[in-house]
Structure formats: C-alpha cells, structure tokens
Design a protein around this ligand. Sequence first.
Ligand SMILES: CC(C)(COP(=O)(O)OP(=O)(O)OC[C@H]1O[C@@H](n2cnc3c(N)ncnc32)[C@H](O)[C@@H]1OP(=O)(O)O)[C@@H](O)C(=O)NCCC(=O)NCCS
Length: 224
Amino acid sequence: MAQVDIVNLKDNADPARRLRLPIRDDSGRHVGDLQCIDRSILDEPGLIDDLTTWRNQSMPFFLTQFSASKERTRRWLESISLPAHDRILFVICDPGGNRLGNFGVCNIRPGSAEFDNVIRGRASDIRNLMFHCGMTMLEWTFAGLGAETAELHVFSHNEKAIGLYKRLGFSAAESLPLRRIEEEDMVKYSVVDRPEANAGFDYLRMEFPIERFRQAHSAALLTG
Ligand SMILES: CC(C)(COP(=O)(O)OP(=O)(O)OC[C@H]1O[C@@H](n2cnc3c(N)ncnc32)[C@H](O)[C@@H]1OP(=O)(O)O)[C@@H](O)C(=O)NCCC(=O)NCCS
C-alpha cells in the first residue's frame, strides 16, 4: 500500500515544500536530487522545454511514439500526470539545480510500482548518474511507497536501459510480444498474442523483489 499521498505531493504549490529525494554516489556524497514535478515547478523557466526535448530524443524507446511539443507536454502534465493517483514524475537535478533528465514511477498499486519514463537528458560530470538515480528511486519505491516488488517494462533491444536495470538488480521475468500500429500522427506498440506480433522485438518485464533488495543493500532501507 502506498504510504504517501501521491496526488497531494503533486498538488504542492510551494517550491520550499517540494518533495526532493537526495541522490547519493557510492561514497554517500550528495550529487543531486530527484525533484517531484508538482504544481510549484510547472512554470520554472525551461522545464517544459527540457521534458519535451528529452522525450523527442528518446521517442523510439517508448510504446507511444509521436512528435512532442511544449503544449502537448504541458497538457499531459496538467491533465494526466498531476491528477493521477498511480503515477509520479521527477526531474533529475544536480546540486546547482541544473536539469539532467527525468525519472518516474507509474502503476503504483498495493504491493508494487513500476519505473517509468526514465530518460538521461543531458551530460554532466556526475559519474553513473542514472544508476544512482535508480538506487534512490528503488529506496523510495520500497520504503516510501511501501512496494514489495519494483517492476518495469523495456523494449528487449534497448541494451543501454537493460544494462542499467540489471546493474541495479532487476531481472527479466517475462517477454511479451508486441504489435506495431501506425495511426494518423503516432506509432503505437501494443502487447498482443504471439501470432499477432510484428514488432521484431519484445516488451521485457523486469522485476526486483524487496527481499533481494534488502539482501543486497541492507543499509539503504534502514536509512531510507
Ligand atoms: C537508458 C538510459 C537512461 C541509461 O543511461 P546510462 O545509465 O547513463 O547509460 P548510457 O549507456 O546511456 O550512458 C553512458 C554514459 O554516456 C553519457 N550519456 C548518456 N546519455 C547521455 C545524454 N543524453 N547526453 C549526454 N551524455 C549522455 C553519460 O555520461 C553516461 O555516463 P555516466 O553514467 O558515467 O555519466 C539512457 O541510455 C537513456 O536515456 N536512453 C534513452 C531513453 C530510454 O531508453 N529509457 C528507458 C526506457 S525503458
């Protein structure tokens, strides 16, 4: 069961009260924060531009592929992302507040939650940034959201992402067949029965149970 009120977190309009999850490197040094995309951050200059650019540059790695625009991103944030009870999106920032990417959790339900919308947006000199973000998000998924299992879905040919998820501790649980469907202004991939598949790659479901996380990182949940 979620131990935090997701909608309330995103409804926050005071920048000082924004949820910030500290990102730490292997030696415990603070290298940045995952800042919750709440109402207080929406008008921060450049935020919507960055999210739009990053989505466009990473489009081939997602189920729904379209041409992102600032208007569409804002509409999606305001009408879908912020009001949703089961999803939350964070922007990855260095200690100076520079935005480096985004990282979300969706399908938050009793017992589990799913990594979502993981994008490395721009370079920085923070080594292994996405790995450290992933660790922060795992700790929050287990200790904050109360999930027993962290899950995610990834295209089976997305080697960079699968490499990151395996380094974090996820393992493949299921390989789901995909069908590519072209619509007027977008391409959509849907999970189908094997004979209907035409994508040329699968949708890999990966999971990471809390017991395995505890065994690997016993200190993390105690301090999380
Ligand atoms: C999947 C992903 C988050 C993994 O990121 P990663 O762990 O940094 O691994 P990569 O192999 O991509 O990057 C290796 C190095 O290249 C650099 N790099 C990666 N993406 C970059 C970008 N957009 N701009 C500049 N440098 C980048 C980084 O310096 C990184 O090294 P570091 O971690 O020491 O800083 C990233 O490849 C990405 O954003 N892919 C597109 C979106 C995607 O596929 N998301 C997952 C969907 S399930």
